[in-house]
Ligand binder design. Structure first.
Ligand SMILES: [Fe+2]
Ligand SMILES: [Fe+2]
Length: 281
């Protein structure tokens, strides 16, 4: 299927079993400087599952007041809007990845873990670099490969072919995608970004997450590129066991000493466990 035909199918499937309405409304409100935490709380309370997940997260040991947070608005003030956004989107994303797709070979749990590992790596790197919003980096990391869910949904046979080709020839999934489809999960993911009304500040880095971009040129794109490589190296891989390395441009512009990367990968594994617990996966 041509990318333009896929774009039409994505546009004509508004739900896509994906970001539920409350989630996209919360996303829009969090990005709106005029929105109050109270408005956001009221919206979240309309979704009982989401509200209870948020309360569980706010009451986790991470925020230092276990068992004391009783209302959604308290949860928002303890966690901060950015962390609330991560939980809201994390929960929606978890639901998306647990929907049965059509491919026989696509490992949805591994996909979810890879996304979460990249998200947590992006947050750790963002904090190390002093990036203005580490939760934004988390979100971008979580969504970076979302195009694969669309491929699973609309092109399951092609996805099986892609996975076979990647393993047979020991090539990255992305190369196999280009060979089978003529495009990759990056372009497909951008169709979702459009449907979800993601801000351009998020869509550009997502489009560039496999490019060799420096931190100065595209901070979030560079962070996601590095986070994806680290997630692979930490064992949260997809497709064939290809060796992923940080490109010189990414590595130099991040300026993190080599010795720090091992500890960083351990921190990623620990963070994945912690976030999985917070989201009760
Ligand atoms: Fe990717
Ligand atoms: Fe990835």
């Amino acid at each position: 299927m041509e990318l333009s035909a896929l774009a039409i199918r994505v546009a004509r499937t508004p739900g896509l079993g994906m970001l539920p309405q409350v989630t996209s409304q919360v996303l829009r409100l969090v990005d709106n400087p005029n929105a109050s935490p109270r408005q956001i709380g009221a919206l979240i309370e309309r979704d009982a599952g989401l509200a209870s997940k948020l309360l569980k997260s706010a009451n986790s040991a991470y925020y230092g007041a276990p068992g004391k947070i009783k209302t959604v608005s308290q949860a928002i003030s303890v966690m901060g809007l950015s962390a609330v956004r991560s939980v809201v989107v994390g929960q929606a994303y978890q639901q998306m990845t647990s929907v049965r797709g059509a491919s026989k070979r696509f490992d949805r749990l591994a996909f979810w873990q890879h996304s979460l590992a990249t998200a947590t790596a992006a947050r750790v790197l963002a904090k190390l670099k002093g990036w203005r919003d580490p939760e934004e980096a988390f979100l971008a990391g979580l969504l970076h490969d979302a195009g694969r869910l669309v491929i699973d949904r609309f092109l399951p046979n092609e996805l099986d072919q892609i996975l076979n080709l990647s393993v047979e020839r020991v090539i990255p999934l992305r190369d196999a995608e280009r060979e089978v489809l003529g495009y990759t999960h990056v372009e497909v993911g951008d169709l979702l970004g459009e449907q979800w009304n993601l801000p351009e500040g998020m869509r550009t880095p997502l489009r560039r997450h496999h490019e060799d971009v420096s931190y100065d040129e595209c901070p979030l794109g560079c962070l996601i590129h590095a986070a994806n490589v680290l997630a692979h190296q930490a064992g949260f891989a997809l497709g064939a066991p290809v060796l992923y390395e940080l490109p010189p441009v990414v590595k130099q512009s991040l300026g993190i000493p080599d010795a720090q990367y091992e500890g960083l990968k351990q921190a990623i594994v620990q963070e994945v466990v912690r976030v999985q617990e917070a989201l009760r996966i």
